[in-house]
Design a protein around this ligand. Structure first.
Ligand SMILES: [Zn+2]
Length: 165
């Protein structure tokens, strides 16, 4: 290695690949206090470094939950879905009665914020059936539901007795 060659490269101290894996070989330029590119001999403004800065910004944004999420979470907490309890009602009698009873029952269940899940019917004899109606209803509303249903059914029965008289 000749002396002149050494002099020619004194400014290039410990060239190394850029830390941000952009593939450029760089060296620390002591007079400029900056990394210079070995071949271009100009200040290295790394494209990967700005990308990685963006990444940092993005990560910060994802770490902080956006405000709409918090709003949604609050609303959700304010209106929690009521706990549901499941039950069933056995309706039996003539088919036309069962239809009315089922309609009354499902109306009451829906009014109280519940819903019917389905039913199973059993033919008891030629003219009458048994219908099991499955439903869910908000916890604590089951008694109210049974009371309302009884009142409706009794009213209907009374009406029929009056009509029959
Ligand atoms: Zn670079």
């Amino acid at each position: 290695m000749s002396l002149s060659n050494n002099n020619n490269t004194t400014a290039i101290i410990n060239p190394k690949p850029c830390n941000y894996n952009c593939g450029t070989r760089i060296y620390w330029n002591t007079s400029e206090n900056a990394y210079f590119e070995v071949f271009a001999k100009k200040k290295h403004i790394c494209p990967n470094r700005s990308k990685s800065n963006n990444n940092v910004v993005t990560q910060t944004t994802t770490n902080t939950k956006p405000s709409y999420y918090n709003k949604f979470a609050k609303q959700y907490q304010q209106q929690p879905k009521p706990k549901m309890s499941n039950s069933l009602e056995l309706l039996s009698g003539p088919i036309e009665d069962i239809q009315k009873k089922y309609e009354i029952l499902s109306d009451i269940v829906i009014d109280l914020g519940g819903k019917t899940h389905g039913s199973q019917s059993h033919i008891a004899n030629n003219n009458s059936i048994s219908l099991i109606v499955y439903f869910e209803i908000p916890e604590g509303k089951r008694e109210e539901m049974k009371r309302k249903f009884d009142i409706h059914i009794n009213t209907k029965l009374e009406n029929r007795i009056q009509i029959n008289k």
